[in-house]
Design a binder for this molecule. Structure first.
Ligand code: SF4
Length: 315
């Protein structure tokens, strides 16, 4: 008799749609991600949208964990590391660093086409910005998606314009709205990144952000805790005028409620960030990801919560 799990999109005791469940159901074998830096920059740093980047962003543009000087090395290192654990494992090419559609279409084709024909890769994940996805690029990506799944990850961070102006996101939320609709019309898989604990945001504001994501019926979400990183504009601002940083309990409380407002078909691809020890100023509790995840599980169990249990009520 097959064991019945608490939540229909989980193969363990989780009460939300786990990424591991999604990968297993989609590919029926072990699939890992190889993080890649294809040498892009970011329009929010070079003056195209703004200068200086988002106020919290490290100089590596969120690609801090990538190993290797060029794509070939990164792929080789990625397979070497992962296949030590899973010799038969297949990979998703995860273009993680900076804005991976910030180039003319011929350049994008030259980069992404080989991953479609390379059988070691079963899909492509492209992190980018909503203001770097024009119609021609979306058409091209949708063609790739007909051959292998293509996920588009977009940094929303917050739905609130006061916050996005403060963090210098460099484009308004209406652009995110339009682009997500276009991507979904073309059947591309859309994941939004949001950040809890951004400066001066309240819990209610963070709940509004997740409701916005749910209303867009995105395919996946990454929920991050705000990290105050050394050598960023935000680190400077904080040193001049400190503001409250969420405690672990506050974060857990917010995430559990956010999961309730999320549609249950949304893959939860991340529930907290990886705190990088060397660069992290605050909060130090994020360096222990396991405790954060366990606390989320415990609270959901204690309160008998599951993903989507509040979803219908706000539609
Ligand atoms: S858009 Fe991304 S890479 Fe660019 S500055 Fe913001 S967080 Fe960093």
């Amino acid at each position: 008799m097959t064991k019945k799990h608490l939540f229909e999109y989980s193969n363990d005791n989780k009460r939300y749609y786990t990424y591991s469940y999604y990968l297993k159901q989609t590919y029926q074998q072990k699939v890992f991600r190889i993080p890649l830096d294809a040498g892009f920059t970011c329009p929010n740093r070079d003056g195209h949208s703004a200068y200086g980047g988002c106020s919290f962003c490290s100089i590596d543009g969120s690609g801090d964990s990538i190993l290797g000087n060029n794509l070939e090395e990164q792929i080789e290192n990625g397979f070497h590391t992962m296949r030590n654990k899973w010799p038969e494992g297949l990979a998703l090419a995860y273009f993680q660093a900076f804005t991976n559609t910030y180039a003319p279409l011929p350049v994008l084709k030259q980069l992404y086409d080989p991953f479609i024909t390379d059988n070691r890769f079963v899909g492509i994940v492209i992190a980018t910005r909503a203001d770097c996805l024009d119609d021609d690029t979306i058409d091209y990506l949708s063609q790739l998606n007909q051959i292998k799944p293509v996920w588009i990850e977009i940094g929303l961070q917050s739905v609130h314009e006061t916050t996005t102006r403060y963090i210098n996101r460099g484009h308004n939320t209406q652009i995110v709205n339009e682009v997500v609709h276009k991507l979904k019309e073309k059947n591309l898989l859309v994941c939004l990144h949001i950040i809890n604990g951004l400066p001066y945001e309240t819990k209610e504001m963070m709940i509004e952000t997740i409701k916005y994501c749910a209303q867009l019926k995105i395919n996946g979400i990454k929920i991050h805790m705000y990290h105050l990183i050394k050598n960023t504009l935000e680190a400077y601002r904080y040193s001049k005028k400190p503001y409250p940083i969420l405690s672990r309990d506050e974060y857990v409380d917010i995430v559990v409620d956010q999961l309730g407002y999320l549609h249950k078909e949304c893959v939860v691809m991340r529930l907290t960030g990886d705190g990088l020890m060397d660069n992290l100023i605050e909060p130090q509790w994020t360096t222990n990801k396991t405790i954060v995840l366990n606390e989320i599980d415990k609270k959901m169990k204690r309160e008998n919560r599951i993903q989507g249990d509040r979803y219908e009520k706000h539609q």
